[in-house]
Write a protein that binds this ligand. Structure first.
Ligand code: FES
Ligand SMILES: [Fe+2]
Length: 390
């Protein structure tokens, strides 16, 4: 597969989706591919993914607005390391392994907060938020230590396009711009995501492999079957106009409100953007949805040991109250309402299906299974992941 239409105008891409509805077609990957259950259950496959994917390439850990001020931090479990992500005094963000260099106690237990230093609960060693070892308690008896060698272990971190990206390996380098490539880097650049804020964010630990989770949020084929009374009423099933950037993908899924243009073609300059959702698959583990007035970010992180578990995080990323021109009350009400709808669909419709997929794949004699030509973005996801782990 090669790049189809690099940075085609949005209107052209929407018109291509409209053609697909007329023809009962969708973008075609060109071939059906078989896959095996062990890709979702084998501990050795999971280990390779942790090391060769998350240990090598940048993935998003949060939006910058979640650590707005110096000394603001969040903690999370990456596939290889438990980490603390903390805003520095100079405005940059650093990520540290969440572990005390004395005898390995977990250093910070809170999910998020603001602190002047990280202080270990075991023997009270303390570290500056820049990671340096500040104090060894009772150091007259502890003995001579070169403190510069026992600061917190730092992971490669970069803030770009409003998001904080981390490579989960202390010995790796990070270059988010190079990883995104010129097309996706310029697409994200155009959105001004750094001016928005994550108004809601929540994580869900599910007994499901991370790839099954990620696949479900690139899938336009399941909509009317899995979501007949919610998304299925609003969004076309099995219609997608995608651009394969060779690693990341941008794709348009038309809403049913576009159907009025089936009879009568839209004028050449008609803005059709409110009739579609534009989605971005950011390899390895994020789906960024662009809605008319906000963004949603979905990330899927493997469990550090069990191939059958993962954590999904969902974020609603929106204009600030000031930029929205709304009253604070109306702004809060709007996003709370949006959030509740999203959460209900996840819990009531997607998660039960995905848990049952994982349960099904646990059978020893599962046999080969298939990804169709119509499952374009899932095919790219699998193709790129195989490149990384082979
Ligand atoms: S383990 Fe942290 S101070 Fe001893
Ligand atoms: Fe779904």
């Amino acid at each position: 597969m090669t790049v189809q239409q690099p940075l085609a105008g949005r209107g052209d891409r929407i018109r291509r989706a409209l053609e697909h509805i007329r023809n009962d077609s969708t973008d075609d990957y060109g071939q059906v591919n078989e896959f095996q259950a062990r890709e979702y259950t084998d501990p050795e496959v999971a280990r390779r993914e942790r090391d060769l994917v998350f240990g090598r390439v940048p993935s998003i850990v949060c939006h910058g607005s979640e650590v707005p001020c110096p000394n603001d931090f969040i903690t999370l479990q990456m596939p290889r390391n438990r980490v603390i992500v903390v805003r520095q005094k100079d405005g940059t963000v650093k990520t540290f392994v969440n572990l005390c260099r004395h005898r390995g106690a977990l250093l910070e237990e809170q999910d998020k907060g603001r602190c002047r230093l990280f202080s270990c609960g075991y023997h009270r060693w303390s570290y500056d938020t820049d990671g340096s070892l500040r104090a060894i308690t009772r150091d007259n008896t502890f003995g001579e230590v070169d403190r510069s060698q026992y600061g917190l272990i730092e992971l490669p971190t970069e803030e770009r396009h409003g998001f904080v990206w981390v490579v989960d390996d202390a010995s790796a380098a990070i270059d988010v711009q190079a990883w995104l490539g010129p097309e996706m880097d310029s697409v994200l650049d155009g959105y001004g995501l750094g001016d928005l804020i994550a108004v809601r964010s929540e994580g869900f630990d599910e007994p499901v492999n991370w790839k099954i989770m990620q696949d479900a949020f690139l899938d336009g084929y399941h909509i009317q079957y899995a979501h007949p009374n919610t998304a299925g009423k609003l969004i076309h099933t099995n219609v997608m106009a995608a651009e394969d950037f060779g690693r990341h993908v941008r794709f348009i899924a038309p809403r049913k409100s576009i159907d009025k243009y089936l009879e009568e073609a839209p004028a050449a300059d008609e803005d059709l953007s409110r009739h579609v959702t534009e989605t971005h698959f950011l390899l390895p583990n994020s789906t960024l949805l662009r809605q008319p007035d906000h963004f949603q970010l979905l990330t899927f992180r493997p469990h550090p040991g069990d191939p059958g578990r993962s954590r999904m995080e969902m974020r609603l990323i929106v204009p600030t109250v000031e930029a929205s021109g709304m009253s604070e009350e109306r702004w809060n009400h709007l996003w709370e309402k949006n959030w509740k709808i999203l959460i209900a669909v996840l819990h009531n419709e997607d998660f039960p299906l995905l848990r049952s997929s994982q349960a099904g794949l646990a059978s020893a004699d599962a046999g080969g299974m298939l990804l169709g030509r119509n499952e374009f973005v899932n095919q790219v996801f699998r193709r790129e992941l195989r490149k990384l782990i082979s």
